[in-house]
Ligand binder design. Structure first.
Ligand code: PSV
Ligand code: MN
Length: 394
């Protein structure tokens, strides 16, 4: 491929590539055992908007921030005017709206699958509030993650719980605006360890289909068993027009929330290849980060993640799809594999830098962040507030 053609491909891909930042990536979080506090961590929803704006300023690729309703809109629909004001002030739009079906005491034995009809009703009302919040904010996607499940065999009726989910998802679907989507996320374990009500993409797919045409599946890269071929799941969902979006991150063991591509960048490349080689693929897919760093600096990690995503997306855009198709058809295995992996091994960084220059963006977003002095400034401003936050969950 000629250098000019390479640049054109990369530029076209990156011009259309947007990646959403999670609000929960900026606040102090930790492990199950405790928190490691950061002086620069966000202490309010305004801090989160300010941090997201900084990420977008240096990357130009992240104009939206995903919101978690319980954490970011504590008063539910009544918090919408505050969010609107922050959107305006920081020029960051609210992105996906994430219901919280896992934190309330009543959800100890489940939310939408709780055997108690009153608890299910509470979960449904929260869900419907989220649809209304999304409508008022003009957000397209409502992304529930259902943490329900059980820890011991025989303690819950799995089939009854399927029925309750079906009912609630169709009620939520009926409340959607025509341009809204319901993205159903799956996860095989944690916090439930024997059975999880939406454990894999098959269950999420079936629930989405039963709910209605605006329901799709959300793939979180950290929510699979070891050795799962995620790009195959992506290929199936694309084929069925049921892929709604991603929660991007990486993992070694489980839902580790590591930086995208830090462990297995080839996997991310393979997933992006499936999307870019599908005719309609990329246009329907929401790319969202789901990472909450407690060792790396939060804003630095977010900028790094966006840059990594762009580089891997650019690499995937360089796969010569026509040539690959011919080689696959002829079963020229070594040649096909070489064609595929040679795109992965391209050093696309000069092309991405050139693309950034052409779009009046800093060539090196991490350096631009460092040179802006933003992190030092907020560290000073927020230090006192962060010192008062408890570092343990006790
Ligand atoms: C659950 O592990 C999850 O991936 C869901 O997407 C939540 O909304 C998110 O993490 C934040 O806790
Ligand atoms: Mn997730």
């Amino acid at each position: 491929m000629k250098p000019h053609d390479k640049f054109e491909r990369v530029a076209k891909a990156l011009d259309n590539f947007r990646i959403e930042i999670p609000s929960w990536g900026f606040a102090n979080t930790g492990t199950r055992f405790g928190k490691f506090l950061q002086v620069a961590a966000a202490t309010s929803i305004e801090d989160k908007f300010a941090d997201a704006a900084q990420v977008n300023l240096v990357t130009g690729a992240s104009p939206t921030m995903g919101l978690h309703v319980e954490w970011d809109l504590p008063e539910g629909v009544a918090s919408v005017p505050r969010i609107r004001a922050l959107e305006k002030k920081y020029r960051i739009r609210a992105g996906s709206i994430n219901p919280n079906l896992f934190q309330s005491q009543e959800y100890k034995f489940g939310s939408i699958c709780n055997p108690d009809a009153e608890v299910r009703q509470k979960a449904l009302l929260h869900f419907l509030d989220c649809v209304e919040i999304a409508r008022q904010l003009g957000s397209q996607d409502i992304s529930p993650w259902v943490s329900d499940g059980s820890n011991y065999p025989g303690t819950q009726n799995i089939r009854k719980r399927i029925g309750w989910m079906e009912e609630i998802f169709s009620q939520v679907h009926a409340a959607l605006q025509p341009d809204q989507r319901l993205l159903i996320e799956y996860k095989p374990f944690e916090p439930a360890f024997y059975h999880t009500d939406i454990a894999d993409w098959g269950m999420a797919l079936e629930l989405a289909r039963l709910a209605g045409p605006q329901a799709k599946v959300l793939v979180d890269l950290g929510h699979h068993y070891q050795t799962q071929n995620i790009e195959q799941i992506v290929a199936w969902l694309l084929r069925l027009e049921m892929l709604g979006g991603f929660h991007l991150n990486d993992r070694r063991f489980a839902d580790d929330d590591l930086t995208l591509g830090s462990i297995d960048p080839y996997q991310v490349f393979r997933i992006f290849h499936e999307i870019l080689s599908d005719a309609a693929g990329a246009s329907q897919v929401a790319f969202m980060i789901d990472q909450s760093h407690n060792l790396k600096g939060k804003i630095e990690a977010m900028v790094q993640t966006v840059a990594v995503a762009q580089e891997l997306y650019a690499k995937a855009a360089l796969v010569d799809i026509e040539q690959l198709d011919t080689l696959q058809t002829e079963c020229k295995l070594v040649e096909a594999e070489e064609c595929f992996r040679s795109a992965f091994w391209e050093d696309v960084r000069p092309l991405v830098r050139e693309w950034r220059r052409g779009r009046s963006l800093p060539e090196d977003p991490l350096r631009a962040l460092r040179e802006s002095g933003y992190v030092e400034r907020i560290a000073e401003e927020r230090a006192a507030k962060n010192a008062n936050i408890s570092a343990t969950y006790a």
